[in-house]
Design a protein around this ligand. Structure first.
Ligand code: ADP
Ligand code: MG
Length: 238
């Protein structure tokens, strides 16, 4: 569970070929970071994987099955949004439970899953609070909790830390890395921040104008950048 393969995936918006053609293999359990400048197509690629956008061409295979035509809810993936996507009027407990209630899971089962997720995320003492009574980091953890309870085969993050201050970002980076070590679930993480990419990724995918410039480990990209774009972006001494 948790492998994602893109085969000649493309996306056109009107006249704009935002993703010309991408091939990519994501292995089960990998922490993969899509990095690149603003507007290069990171969010679009993530949304194609999630099924929030339809591909213009190509194929998306998830866990060995063709998922290209599947609805987002049938792909077994969970998208983690920025923390402001929480419901302000609901308690932390109900925010985390929301996707399970939508799926008509029974109450005892929901309670058990919410309790487990809260333990993993250090939110046990905050379950009855409202989002506004939490710190920014705690709110981000609630957003992650909402994804965890669905036990997805992969988590998809789109710049989840971009509205947090610098110190908190460093903390949350560590927390998400620890969560990955604990859950061992595939994570696909979008950022325009090279430091986030270099410190969190098993595998970095460098994007430029909808094309992959290079795929490799942080060390490979740093020590053997394929071209000046990668070198410049990663900050290699080339
Ligand atoms: P990134 O996340 O790397 O900043 P995006 O994937 O959001 O980049 O956008 C890539 C390009 O696609 C941009 O030029 C953007 O304007 C364009 N784009 C994204 N979504 C749409 C859309 N729904 N309709 C038209 N153009 C879009
Ligand atoms: Mg984006």
């Amino acid at each position: 569970m948790g492998s994602i393969t893109l085969q000649k995936v493309s996306k056109v918006f009107g006249e704009a070929k935002v993703i010309p053609s991408i091939d990519l293999d994501i292995q089960d359990g990998e922490f993969v970071v899509f990095v690149g400048p603003s507007g290069c197509g990171k969010s679009t690629l993530l949304r194609l994987i999630a099924g929030l956008e339809d591909v213009s061409g190509g194929k998306i295979v998830i866990d060995g099955r063709d998922a290209t035509e599947k609805a987002p809810s049938e792909r077994g993936l969970a998208m983690v949004f920025q923390s402001y996507a929480l419901y302000p009027h609901m308690s932390v407990r109900n925010n985390i439970a929301f996707p399970l209630k939508m799926a008509n899971m029974d109450k005892a089962e929901i309670d058990r899953k919410v309790t487990d997720a809260a333990r993993v995320l250090n939110l046990t003492d905050y379950l009855e609070r409202k989002p506004r009574q939490l710190s920014g980091g705690q709110r981000q953890r609630v957003a992650i909790g909402r994804a965890i309870v669905r036990q997805p085969s992969a988590f998809l993050f789109d710049e989840p830390l971009s509205n947090l201050d610098a110190a908190l970002r460093v903390n949350m980076r560590l927390e998400i890395s620890e969560l990955h070590q604990q859950l061992k679930t595939t994570m696909v993480y979008v950022t325009h921040d090279q430091v986030e990419a270099m410190t969190m990724a098993d595998k970095i995918v460098v994007l430029n104008r909808g094309n992959i410039e290079q795929v490799g480990s942080p060390l490979e990209l740093y020590s053997r950048p394929r071209n000046l774009f990668v070198a410049g972006f990663i900050g290699s001494p080339k």
